[in-house]
Design a protein around this ligand. Sequence first.
Ligand code: NAP
Ligand code: MG
Length: 495
Amino acid sequence: MTTYSLDFWTRRSNELKPEGLAFVDGRFVPSLSGRTYENRNPATNSAINHIADCDDSDVDLAVAAARRAFEAGVWSRRSPTERKRILLRVADLIERDLETIALLESMDMGKPVQVAHDYELPDLVEFVRWFAESADKLYDEIAPAAPGNLAMIRREPIGVVAAVVPWNFPLDMAVWKCIPALATGNSIILKPAEQSPLTALHLAKLMSEAGVPDGVFNVLTGYGPSVGQPLGLHMDVDCLAFTGSTEVGKKFMGFSAQSNMKLVWLECGGKSPNLIFEDTADLDAAAELAARVHYNQGEICSSPTRLIVQNSIKDAFIEKVMAHSRAYAPGNPLDPKTLMGAMVDAEHCSRVMSFIERGRQEANLVLGGNRISIGASSNFIEPTIFDCVTQKHSIARDEIFGPVLSVLSFDTEEEAVAMANDTIYGLMASVFTSNLSRAHRMSEVLRAGTVAVNTVDLISPLVPFGGMRQSGNGRDNSLHAFEKYTQLKTTWIKF
Ligand code: NAP
Ligand code: MG
């Protein structure tokens, strides 16, 4: 058993030589322009490597490779069982490289390496296996047509799928899109966020090693406007699967309308409510879960960022949440004891701080609120809690995407529901209560893709994940995820 220590992770990270080239048609290649950009570790402010800075000419090349592979049938016409076998190999290879991948993720976007290694990546391997296993378990349909008629309803892969993903869980978000799309026979162009390209490029290596044919899986690194936009506007991309902000999600709908009406699937922002009723059985456990808002530096779309507490228990409950929140004191992401690492970059850190400054004008700061320096980096923010927030305040309305909790309060269930639903988003909602009828009532009336009772933000490959309203459309995970990457074909046979 490896002994994980700060020394171990530091030594391993110094030994790593991460890939920085794009991956097109089975080969690592520089951008056609030859341009690169510098990729920094937000926890140290030092440069990790240089990354291919792709643009629309690289997009044309990758789309052509993906299309050629699709039409040639090297993957799209393989049997689902063969695709399953190869994708299961991908899962095994991710498991083999767990330490490297955890480090790449941590160095690239600041998350605690041990948390990624012990929890997030083993989970991710199970997601890959689940999608892979499903490849040969998706049955088609035969319609109950009149005698002498056979009406078959079959799923076909859509063709060339582009996946544009964010930096908060870089490999998870890539896998949620790419593995279901690959399992159903599509070709892919993955565009990771500019801040976090390293694990997408490592995944490309593993795809090749597992036997995914050239051209089927491509990774284009670079910026949103120069890679994401040309993918969104491309006439030969059939489907665009996006996870990121609501603002950019709306752009992709426009790109589709301006080009070829490609399917656009969006997983966007959130401002999720967490309702705590006075009849909650275990307030300590509820407080510990409420403090999870600081997990992953608060950079989680489905995080319970609005804590809506019944007045009768509010003060005592906030004390408990504050105590649990202190465990998330920021630290060196390579230290195995660290629960909260660095914000993804200085720009995002400043953006979160500007929300905190506004919060100071609007409400009562009861915990944290400061940007702090560790070593050569000042990209760290203390776990922060505001009390006496109302739905009028910006810190109750806008997605902050940092370790910031806004506490609101209510007297009646009706007030609580009205507050919870007073948002443009609808990704996730939580309710803590020991009243079974109330739990069911809440799960009916809360407008969110997932309602969690006596827990927060539970995510699994077994169930759909996605949002209502401006949190997006379509669903990742579960068998429903495959609907996004297939289209239905009807065949009539008269005999
Ligand atoms: P973002 O700015 O929307 O970026 C997401 C992706 O879109 C990145 O790859 C980005 O590229 C690209 N992009 C940016 N501007 C673009 C443009 N004009 N045209 C085409 N592509 C463009 O989001 P983020 O800051 O990376 O991530 C945070 C957001 O993601 C939050 O809003 C969060 O709620 C959301 N999120 C949602 C989910 C979910 O499942 N619902 C999960 C995780 C995160 P570059 O960054 O390289 O420029
Ligand atoms: Mg980076």
